[in-house]
Design a protein. Sequence first.
Length: 240
Amino acid sequence: MTNNILKEIKESLAVLSIPEKAAFFPKFFKTGKGEYGEGDLFLGVKVPDQRAVAKEYYAKISLSELGELLSSPYHEHRLTALIMLIHRFEKTKNLATKEEIINFYLKNLDFVNNWDLVDTSCYKVLGRYAFENQKENLLRDLAASEKMWHKRVAVVGTMHYVKKGSFELTKEFVTQNLHHPHDLMHKANGWLLREMGNKNEAELISYLNQYYKEMPRTCLRYAIEKLDEDLRQDYLKGRI
């Protein structure tokens, strides 16, 4: 059964592939514009098409089969697997089943290794679970990891908190990682602060006034992106 359903999913995606789109991504990465791994392979399947395949198969596939799809070298296979995982998490009301999904997600975290995959899956599964079940330590343990992707997953996981109007965990993790050496972490931090500002601009401004001078430029640029132009310029000029 495993081979059959995985074969069906992979064939469904292959039929939707666009060779020109697949050829674009390695070039995109090599010019420094992307966040994909050097070894990633691409089918060129559009995300709406991946979502359609995920919707068709998420109830039929087991977690072990999802694990095989998530460990594929093809980016579209991994993203489709995570979209199916989100569907399973959102549809189940059983806490034990949700915990099983969370354990699966954590076990396979190293396959969730670029921005598309973190953004798509993390706050919708891990962040929601932590928020709804008072499991903040789960995110804190990831934030304390030596692995950048684990730290980044923890930061992005707080998006669910932000959407619910709770900002303290986001501010805690961003502050911890202000001096992280990698620009991808700065991007994640800034993205979360921007979303916090969308929810409560006064909260963001209060945080910026305390920390903006020590923020890496990427973090600050994302954080102030939605503010008024005059205010953005004030923060940028304050760095000179």
